[in-house]
Design a binder for this molecule. Structure first.
Ligand code: GRF
Length: 208
């Protein structure tokens, strides 16, 4: 059973996709809490509706970002988890948080990293003129979308694409890839040695 804490700042569609995979029984996991830096995040409204533990804190509150991360870490440790999954979490986590948490932190990003890290990845891909973009699930380190890559899914860029259409097709793949990676993690099939990640793919379902 993979005990997860999901961090989300916005819409929460990846959070929902993860929860759907738990509810349909494929992902043997449990969302123990949802953390957000935005009180009005739709992700938090969904989490509340689902009856999850909801943790909101203000990064501009006492002690600034340092105080915020300290308080969040205290809550995260109190709740307990095997893994933190960032799903549209719009803040970078500090090194101290990452080190002190000490367990895997993963993120999903809407490009084929290392291309187009940071914000507006879909627009950057369109402006650059690449023929393929996609999504990446990776471990989180202190850099901006620089951690070891676990899995990627390419998505073709069409001549007719605008930012919205490309983002929509990438998002569809995100909703499959992220739960799949967490499922593999729950099964103990993801192994990391420094920057290299090895996955035991014994089940052809994961080749789709
Ligand atoms: C996704 O595109 C994800 O890749 C990026 O932020 C977006 C979050 O969407 N990190 P949602 O909040 O999960 O709907």
């Amino acid at each position: 059973m993979l005990e997860l804490i999901v961090f989300a700042s916005g819409r929460g569609s990846n959070l929902m996709a993860i929860q759907d995979e738990i509810e349909n029984g494929r992902l043997k996991g449990n969302i123990r809490a949802v953390v957000s830096n935005r009180r009005d995040a739709p992700a938090l409204a969904y989490a509340t509706e689902k009856g999850f533990n909801v943790i909101y804190d203000d990064p501009n509150g006492e002690g600034g970002r340092t105080g915020y991360e300290k308080r969040v870490l205290r809550e995260v440790e109190r709740i307990g988890s095997d893994c933190i999954a960032l799903a549209g979490y719009m803040l970078m986590l500090g090194g101290k948080f990452i080190r002190e948490y000490g367990k895997p932190i993963v993120n999903i990003h809407p490009s084929l990293l290392p291309a187009f890290p940071g914000l507006n990845a879909q627009k950057k891909a369109l402006d650059y003129g690449v023929r393929f973009s996609g999504c990446t699930v990776h471990y989180v380190d202190e850099g901006m979308d620089t951690g070891p890559i676990i899995a990627q899914k390419p998505v073709p860029v069409l001549d007719t694409d605008d930012e919205e259409s490309l983002a929509g097709r990438i998002l569809e793949e995100e909703h499959k890839l992220y739960p799949e990676v967490l499922t593999l993690m729950a099964q103990g099939r993801i192994h990391r040695i420094d920057r290299k990640v090895y996955i035991d793919l014994l089940d052809e379902r994961y080749f789709r």
